[in-house]
Structure formats: C-alpha cells, structure tokens
Design a protein around this ligand. Structure first.
Ligand code: FES
Ligand code: FES
Length: 169
C-alpha cells in the first residue's frame, strides 16, 4: 500500500463575480490557485505567493485581499471579485482599465490585475485622490516594469473617468 494516501477533495463553493461556482479541491487549496486552476479565471496572477507583490489581489466583500494568503474554503461565505468581474469587454472597459490604457500604465501587464482590483476598491472610498494619496494607495503592489509614475497618473485619470461617468465631474 502506498505510504501516501490520496488527498481528499472537498466540494468548495465560492460566489465569484456574482456567480456561485463549485469545484472539488483539497482543503489546502489557496484561493489564487482555486480561481486560476479550478475555475479557469486566470486574470488573477500569482507572483510571490507570499503576500508581498499584490499580483493576486482580489476583492473579498469589496475589500482588497491577497488570494495567495487565503484558503479557498475560507472564502466560501464571502463574495469574491476578480479582475474579470471588474470588466472583461474591450469595448466597454472599466474606468480603471481605460485609464491604464490611456496613461500607458502597463508594460508586461503581469502586475496589472492586482493594481486594477486594488485601485477600484480604493476609488470606491476615495473618489478624488491627490497624487500623493494615489501613490500611497498603490504602495502595496509591486511592478517590475513601469516605475509607477504612469500608474499614479492612471489612478488620477480613473478617478476622473468615474466622476465623468457618474456625472459628478
Ligand atoms: S502572489 Fe499574492 S501577494 Fe504576491
Ligand atoms: S507592467 Fe510588468 S510587472 Fe508591472
């Protein structure tokens, strides 16, 4: 008999982007891996797997959370929003995504989903940030390509686009 018994699988159900999704996975499955490998939502990226880089940031009940630091089973009682839930139609981009395009705020784009989710949640609470506040808002996310100036510009532009769309500009 094998020394290693097969790992038991659990049916894990998480409400993701407004839809209840169920997949069988081990209890130790990280939320980041569950989203990517079990649900096929590969917009959530995995960089450091240690909670440092922010690439895996999703929204849990509207608040940014590191999907690499959370087990999928613990997300079961919560609403999860990935970058796909923020917007996935190139003809109808979310203001943050539109701002990233306009401000050239990405190069390789690996970090971008984590920035988009982080900034979206931030602007919900702070609709008219200063440049310093925008810099602070993205300070928990790492980008290896851009030097951040254009990402700060994108935060400010996204805020402007949101206010325009809401008719409060
Ligand atoms: S992959 Fe989760 S913070 Fe880096
Ligand atoms: S655009 Fe390449 S890591 Fe940020």
């Amino acid at each position: 008999m094998s020394q290693f018994a097969a790992e038991p699988l659990l049916d894990i159900t998480v409400r993701v982007n407004g839809i209840r999704r169920t997949a069988a996975a081990p209890a130790r499955r990280l939320l980041s891996d569950f989203l990517r490998h079990d649900l096929g939502l590969t917009g959530t990226h995995v960089g450091c797997e240690h909670g440092v880089c922010g690439a895996c940031t999703v929204l849990v009940d509207g608040e940014p959370a590191r999907a690499c630091l959370m087990f999928a089973v613990t997300a079961q009682a919560h609403d999860v929003t990935t970058v796909e839930g923020i917007g996935h139609d190139p003809a109808d981009l979310d203001p943050v995504q539109q701002a990233f395009v306009e401000c050239h705020a990405l190069q390789c784009g690996f970090c971008t989903p984590g920035f988009v989710t982080t900034i979206s949640a931030y602007l919900d609470e702070h609709p008219d940030p200063s440049a310093d506040e925008a810099r602070e808002a993205i300070s928990g996310n790492l980008c290896r390509c851009t030097g951040y100036q254009n990402i700060v510009a994108a935060v400010l532009r996204a805020a402007e686009l949101r206010r325009e769309r809401e008719g409060t500009a």
